[in-house]
Ligand binder design. Structure first.
Ligand code: CU
Length: 150
């Protein structure tokens, strides 16, 4: 049930993209991804992933799904210490959608192989407006803490 709904969402996104791809106005979302990593998981088939999506454009967008050939990926929010699956997350205009430890994260499930240090896991980010973005997420040590700022 939820799987077929997800498929419909992706198809709708693709149609929207096709409809607006040749109207490249200055008021589009302009997305870039940084700081992607997966802490080496304890479990063989589940892992969390983190990254930052920055939008330098004047229009907001939404992350609608994440796919990977290596397993299932869902979007999770953490509120009050409990994590909850969400179907989409906003990417504000001139803002960021941040996935970080203890907050929003990508949840990998049914992984075909256990991510180990030095591996990369390739994911594709799907948006309501923008073209899909492919991200190679490096697997870091279980205790890796990203540097923040510049
Ligand atoms: Cu989770």
């Amino acid at each position: 049930m939820s799987r077929s709904l997800a498929t419909i969402t992706v198809l709708t996104g693709a149609l929207l993209l096709a409809g607006c791809s040749d109207s490249a106005g200055s008021d589009d979302a302009r997305l870039s991804v940084s700081g992607a990593y997966i802490p080496q998981p304890v479990s063989a088939d589940m892992a969390a992933g983190f990254l930052t999506i920055s939008n330098s454009g004047a229009a907001k967008d939404e992350l609608t799904s994440v796919t990977s050939g290596d397993g299932d990926v869902t979007l999770h929010e953490t509120t009050g210490g409990a994590m909850e699956q969400v179907s989409r997350l906003p990417v504000p205009a001139h803002g960021q959608l941040v996935f970080k430890s203890g907050a929003n994260h990508l949840m990998f499930d049914k992984l075909k192989r256990k991510p180990t240090l030095g591996d990369t896991v390739t994911v594709e980010l799907h948006f309501a407006q923008s073209d899909p973005v492919v991200v190679k997420m490096p697997v870091k040590s279980a205790t890796y803490i990203p540097k923040t700022g510049h």
